[in-house]
Ligand binder design. Sequence first.
Ligand code: MF3
Ligand code: CO
Ligand code: CO
Length: 254
Amino acid sequence: MTITIKTAAEIEKMRIAGKLAADVLEFIAPYIVPGVTTNEIDQLCHDYIITQQDAIPAPLNYRGFPKSICTSVNYTICHGIPNDKKLKNGDILNVDITVIKDDYHGDTSKMFYVGDVTTHAKRLCKITQECLMLAIEQVKPGCTLGDIGYAIQKHAESNRYSVVREFCGHGIGKNFHEEPQVLHYGKPGAGIALQENMILTIEPMINIGKRHVKVLKDGWTAVTKDRSLSAQWEHTILVTPTGYEVLTLRKEEQ
Ligand code: MF3
Ligand code: CO
Ligand code: CO
């Protein structure tokens, strides 16, 4: 498979899918409080996507994933499976939403604070979001994948955090995961150059401790080997003639 360059009609559909994914994160925010379970959050998102958006939650049954969203708490890096455990005061939570609308995917995630969160957890979430935004600001035709990875790695490591290497961003469109792989570390100028009308996700996962990953026996849940806190933020990005357009932007970011 090669990297797909999207047509004007496809870009229009990706704008719609991206907006719907962002809307789900806005919808779910008020429900993320101590005592709620990630299964309840999953059910609310599932119903909202199907009933209000007339869209499809992409994770459900994707390669056997059993739920409609990913919920990754504290030392879970990504691909956490919603369950019946209650969130508690001080937890940090990533909610990762992917919707399919009119055959096209929109993919985005953000960190939520559950009640009152420690300063060091907040700092991790903030720096990880900065990693994502610094990477997005690199995006324009001619920028390389190495430029994107380097922007993330530099900001994370200069703050004494580590970058997860086992999972990456990706091209996206009719398929959930397309080429290219977008690594969150790298060297300036390395790798392929971006072209106008490519669409890709950037989704850095940053740990307070070491970068190493362990996947639990459920085959999905990726946790930090040293059980240190991990954060992730994700956007779906269009490469425009002069730079980028974030297809999954939320109101709080505008
Ligand atoms: N949304 C994730 C990503 O950003 C992928 C989740 S795959 C699933 O690429 F099966 F766990 F949903
Ligand atoms: Co993604
Ligand atoms: Co995602």
